[in-house]
Design a protein. Sequence first.
Length: 403
Amino acid sequence: MAKIQMKTPLVEMDGDEMTRILWKLIKDQLIIPYIDLKSEYYDLGLPHRNETNDQVTIDSANATKKYGVAVKCATITPNAARMPEYNLKEMWKSPNGTIRAMLDGTVFRAPILVDGIHPYIPNWKKPITIARHAYGDVYKNAELRVDGGCKAELLVTYPDGTEIRELIHDFKTPGIIQGVHNIDKSIESFARACMNYALDQKQDLWFATKDTISKKYDHRFKDIFAEIFEKEYKEKFEAAGIEYFYTLIDDAVARVIRSEGGYIWACKNYDGDVMSDMVATAFGSLSMMTSVLVSPDGIYEYEAAHGTVQRHYYKYLKGQPTSTNPVATIFAWSGAFRKRGELDQLPDLMAYADKLEQATIQTIQDGIMSGDLAALSTLPNKRTASTEEFLDEIAKRLASLMI
Ligand code: NAP
Ligand code: MG
């Protein structure tokens, strides 16, 4: 059978530890046999980031801007323990943080649903995608502890010397203060990324803040979303048969629990941090969450939501058997191929992406799965497969779908 041809290269960002092992297995067994893979390869593994003084991360983000679609393996974000382990020159920044900042993107996370693994919320039938605003608020704050007997104020100074003051609190006894900010431009990008993604997925978009209490700060988020929706998206949403829905955050969480799923939930930075872990856990497993970074001008970077699965890697290095779940990494590849196929009008590439996902899900539904899934699955015939065996079984099913 002739291999499927591509037009534009995918930006391929390799990574670390167990996911780097998965990366190669996935390419060798599930991709190369069917696709004449055109990729521009960047090795974001920690040793190479260290060698290039992290330039490779910047180069990979620039390549993503140039070509429009990237697929990324999980990477180590160095901490103190990694310094001697990898003999690092510096504690390099998180590649995801660097890429997100360069693309000005929003991260969308969605669970992969399979039969036999039931969400903890029984009425959730369809995935809930969380879109987290990744700038500002409590993540870029200024904080102080103060003694009693002081007055705390917000002070804003303009270049012409104009000052604006606002009382925060008259402290009689010791306490704490926090200053947070956000930027209209960042909120606008977030709104556009969410609205574009909703159109792309043909799903409703929900957004919630606490604007009744935070009448200027959270209200600004609400207003920016509303203005952009009215001006740029209202007609497109109507044409696509989807809706934009704003409510208060406490009403939103209640509705989410009662819902069937099947929509995109846009969250402020903190809400997205907390709610994405809650939603991921309630759907079953972090290793079944996909993640895509979307820039406001329509650039896509696909990856798994989990990390490098360090504990499994150390077992692997000792020659012990592992049972690592490759599903989210496979779906990162399928997502990237489908998007590349859509942009380059390559129906064969899009069909391959569907079959790759189908083969993966079928394997789990046939009862063959990694240990993390076997612990959750209610299938009577389930069996825990090793990392290699699980991929072999997916490859078999893909082969029969590709005839
Ligand atoms: P992790 O790699 O997500 O793994 C945490 C635990 O979750 C694992 O030990 C494993 O549990 C389970 N798990 C996660 N993915 C799994 C999979 N595919 N199959 C089976 N089990 C899975 O998080 P971590 O160990 O805290 O972090 C390791 C490294 O990843 C860190 O250096 C961190 O910086 C990096 N990281 C990268 C990204 C990214 O690139 N996007 C995201 C998060 C973390 P058991 O051990 O109980 O089996
Ligand atoms: Mg979190």
